[in-house]
Ligand binder design. Sequence first.
Ligand code: 5RP
Ligand code: FE2
Length: 220
Amino acid sequence: MEYILAPSILAADFTKLGEEIRLTEENGAAWLHFDVMDGMFVPSISFGMPVLKSIRHATGQFMDAHLMVQDPIRYVEAFQEAGADGVTVHLEACPDVKAALDKIHACGMKAGLSICPETPAEEVEGYLDDVEMILIMCVHPGFGGQKFIPESLEKIRAVRQMVREKGLDLDIQVDGGVYLTNVREVLDAGANVIVAGSAVFNGDPQENTKKFMEIFKSYE
Ligand SMILES: O=C(CO)[C@H](O)[C@H](O)COP(=O)(O)O
Ligand SMILES: [Fe+2]
């Protein structure tokens, strides 16, 4: 299994964003996580297509767009045009989940499906053939820097088990409250794509990225 670090720029210092992104890329973070919030599906508003488009030119990392947006199918094409490589939508935000996932594929991107902490793991079962990745939120979406919800570990295990039983090899991404101190627990539970905002950008992004990559090496 491939272990991937996806630093979330939500926690970056935007006065030196390009430099901070470069430090994560040079030290092994293969993806960059881009949190889009619409003030409707989640209470906060973050950033959107123009910011992604600008960053696209600054990095070769896989651009992982996490859309915390109501009825996200409306924006799939725009994110592809801005330079996203993968788009993840929330099951709870889609009037027609399958249509949103199909649209992501039709736009030539990898499709991810995310569930909030209160949504049971079983809800994703019917969509496993339609995605490349399941994103398990380990905090209530909307803000960075929150505390990891411990019950998420059981959900990660359940989804990894479902994926195995179907003979699939999907990425399982975890997002929210993941730090160097608890990342082994989520890896042990079956996650392989780790989103980390505060844990990468608070402090030294170079050293923090290196430390995550060292832990991943011990799993490969
Ligand atoms: O989707 C998100 C919030 O809704 C963020 O990706 C997540 O919170 C990452 O931040 P941190 O690692 O600081 O918890
Ligand atoms: Fe996110």
